[in-house]
Write a new protein. Sequence first.
Length: 301
Amino acid sequence: MHLNRIDLNLLVALDALLREGSVTRAASALHLSQSAMSHALGRLRTLTGDALFVRGARGMNPTPRAEALRAPVARALRDIEAALGPSRFDPSTTTRTFRIGTTDYFECLVCPLLIEQMRQAAPLARVQIQAMSALELEADLAASRSDVFVSFASASRGARHCERVLSDGYVCVARADRFGSRPLTMARYLDARHIVVSTDGNFTSTWEAVLRGHRRERRVVMTTPRYLAAVEIVARSDLVITIQSRLAREFGRSLPVKVHRLPFTIPPVDLTMQWPERLDQDPAQQWLRGMIVAACRRRVA
């Protein structure tokens, strides 16, 4: 297949269809009519000799061929954009959409400050937060689905660059009247029923070995992928949760919960920012990473 026979706009359409999973949403994202996007999909099917998308119960499902094209098409478009884009970046005039893969820890604690900074420095820019688990990090980096990734995950093999942006300790959070005014002892902690935040449904945390070192084991009865949902449940039940102290204090301002010092020591955890090698020198990405670092520093100040 010769490149002069390919309309590169079709790759833009395919990338949007793969990200949105819907002809209507893809058309809206590219500011096209639905009929224009449907026509582009027809041309893509002719070009590839594959259906690419089939209708399912929840919308358009990509075929194996479409899935195989997801990562290389995304990389190709990002490379073209980087190659043809301006060498200088002016945040005051940019209309770019910055994609940040992260968890709701970052959303709740840092995003309000980040958006405030960007509103002043880049009023026309947009931010797209993409939910991401530690298990998905490697694939997301390879496919360049996000510009930068901020999480408690260890440095991924797919990221040549990784920077610690803040560190946080752990506390126990319970309903305000759950333990009264008495200190939280190990016996009371272990006797409680626990909820765990886990994006993969795992009933154990990365620091569970600390308890095993004390020859103790807690009783985890529920998992949820979202911190806010977990603390809402804690505020209205007898469950307790062990989470990062800064997040606990933030939720404590608006929910009827109380923060307790743990009866044992858990090492602090680092929130890290990771990005692919090829985005390292991009001026816009460098600016975005600087904004994230600045927002994190304001949070810990």
